[in-house]
Design a protein around this ligand. Structure first.
Ligand SMILES: Nc1ncnc2c1ncn2[C@@H]1O[C@H](COP(=O)(O)OP(=O)(O)O)[C@@H](O)[C@H]1O
Ligand SMILES: [Mg+2]
Length: 262
């Protein structure tokens, strides 16, 4: 895979230091601290409405904590920045541009230093990575939901920010497409080892992808109730039979499901 020039410093750690978030009189998120290491894949797992997207937006610089501070690379977050990229559930593609055009446009905006031919090469590689080479010249209206989501992921990974924020990126997809994209994301991540924070309410997705799963309680005053190491071998994208790993996976699933029930 092409390893491209990084515009920003190399410390891609994420720190939330005693943050809370209130809307009016309601404290949605209670006192919460999170530390994510450079290169770690962390899932935020919790029930709907507990504040997962809000935490991701605070890291992205799209929302501010009511108290406490959020930092990336030891610098206080004061708005969006080139060290962070976000993938939303509703892929947000530009409808008048082709799949290739969307990725190229993202690159042109985020990494203006690249030449046209460098952009073309990065776009080509990333379209190939998500299996869209043959659909490169189609506009979003002619792509299925799964294909649109692939373009969204390819666009984000082409920009290659040190920190990737994924908000239920596979939420709207059917089970088969979802699995396929999860495995593609695993392949991309295992090759690039960027810091990833992924929001999900899917226990199996969290276990398949993450190094660590942070389980959140229900809102109001939700907080992290467990910090669970996913001690399974990598690479994980070839789902070969490994009885020890299967036992471990079943244990983790049970532990997480019981935490989510409270
Ligand atoms: N801008 C806002 N104004 C008021 N309430 C909000 C706003 N954004 C989110 N909320 C509330 O905060 C809670 C957490 O939302 P969210 O972070 O989207 O949860 P999740 O992603 O875990 O489903 C929800 O109850 C939601 O209604
Ligand atoms: Mg959400």
């Amino acid at each position: 895979m092409t390893k491209s020039l990084q515009a920003t410093s190399t410390d891609a750690s994420v720190e939330l230091d005693s943050i809370t978030k209130s809307y009016g009189p309601t404290t949605i998120i209670g006192d919460t601290s999170i530390h994510i290491n450079d290169g770690e894949f962390v899932a935020l797992l919790g029930p709907s409405g507990c504040g997962k997207s809000t935490i991701l937006k605070m890291i992205a610089g799209l929302a501010e904590p009511s108290t406490g501070t959020v930092s990336t690379g030891q610098k206080k977050v004061q708005g969006p920045g080139p060290d962070r990229g976000m993938v939303f559930q509703d892929h947000a593609l530009l409808p008048w541009m082709t799949a290739r055009g969307n990725i190229d446009f993202g690159l042109r905006s985020a990494r203006p230093g690249l030449s046209k031919s460098e952009r073309a090469e990065i776009t080509r590689t990333h379209l190939e990575q998500v299996g869209l080479t043959d659909a490169a010249d189609r506009r979003p209206a002619r792509l299925s939901g799964g294909m649109q989501q692939r373009v969204g992921l390819a666009r984000a990974f082409a920009i290659d920010p040190p920190i990737m924020l994924l908000d239920e990126p596979f939420g709207a997809l059917d089970a088969l497409t979802r699995r396929e994209l999860q495995l593609q994301l695993l392949g991309i991540w295992e090759a690039s080892q960027r810091t990833v924070v992924m929001v999900t309410h899917d226990v199996d997705e969290a276990i398949l992808l993450s190094d660590r799963v942070l389980v959140m309680s229900k809102s109001p005053e939700s907080t992290i109730i467990a910090d669970i190491n996913v001690d399974l071998p990598r690479p994980r994208h070839d789902a070969s039979e490994d009885p020890a790993a299967e036992t471990k996976t079943a244990e983790l699933r049970k532990e997480m499901l019981s935490l989510l029930e409270h």
